[in-house]
Design a binder for this molecule. Structure first.
Ligand code: IDP
Ligand code: MG
Length: 134
C-alpha cells in the first residue's frame, strides 16, 4: 500500500481562516488527499491521540487546546509521505522553523503550532484508525 499520514489542522487554523491555504500546499506538492473531515475532537480522543505526552507538563494544556474548537483531520497519501509532510510542516517549535515551512509561515508559539502530522508509520496507522475507524 502507498504510504499514508494523518494531519490535524489545529483549532487556530479555522479560527484564523487559512485551512484552504494549507490544503493547497499539499495539493501543489502533488500529494493525494484520501480522507478529509471537519470535526471537533473530544477529550478522551485527544488523550489517546497524544498518549505519548501524558507525563509532560504541557499535556493538560495540549488536550485543552486541541479540543477548543473545530479542526480539519485528513489522510494524505504518496510515496514517502510521512517524512515529506514533516519537512513541509517544520520543527515543533515555530521559532526554529524556516520560512517556507508551514510552521515557519503560519505559527508563532510551540503550544499553538498550527498542524499535527504523524511522525512514523506506526503512529500514522494508529492515528488514522483513531480518527477514521481504519
Ligand atoms: P510534533 O507536533 O512536532 O510532532 P511533539 O513533540 O509530538 O511535536 O508534541 C506534540 C504537540 O505538543 C506539539 O505539536 C505542541 O503542540 C505540543 N508541545 C510540544 N512541546 C511543547 C512545549 O514545550 N510546550 C507546550 N506545548 C508543547
Ligand atoms: Mg508528534
Amino acid at each position: 500500500m502507498v504510504d499514508q499520514t494523518l494531519l490535524i489542522f489545529k483549532p487556530e487554523v479555522l479560527r484564523r481562516g487559512f485551512a484552504g491555504r494549507l490544503i493547497s500546499r499539499f495539493e501543489d506538492r502533488g500529494i493525494k488527499i484520501v480522507q478529509l473531515k471537519l470535526t471537533t475532537i473530544d477529550a478522551p480522543t485527544a488523550r489517546i491521540h497524544y498518549a505519548e505526552h501524558q507525563s509532560k507538563p504541557f499535556f493538560a494544556g495540549l488536550v485543552e487546546y486541541i479540543t477548543s474548537g473545530p479542526v480539519v483531520v485528513a489522510v494524505l497519501e504518496c510515496e514517502g509521505v510521512i517524512p515529506l509532510v514533516r519537512r513541509m510542516v517544520g520543527p515543533t517549535n515555530p521559532a526554529n522553523a524556516e520560512a517556507g515551512s508551514i510552521r515557519g509561515d503560519f505559527a508563532f508559539s510551540v503550544a499553538e503550532n498550527v498542524i499535527h502530522a504523524s511522525d512514523s508509520p506506526e503512529s500514522a496507522a494508529r492515528e488514522i484508525s483513531l480518527f477514521f475507524n481504519g
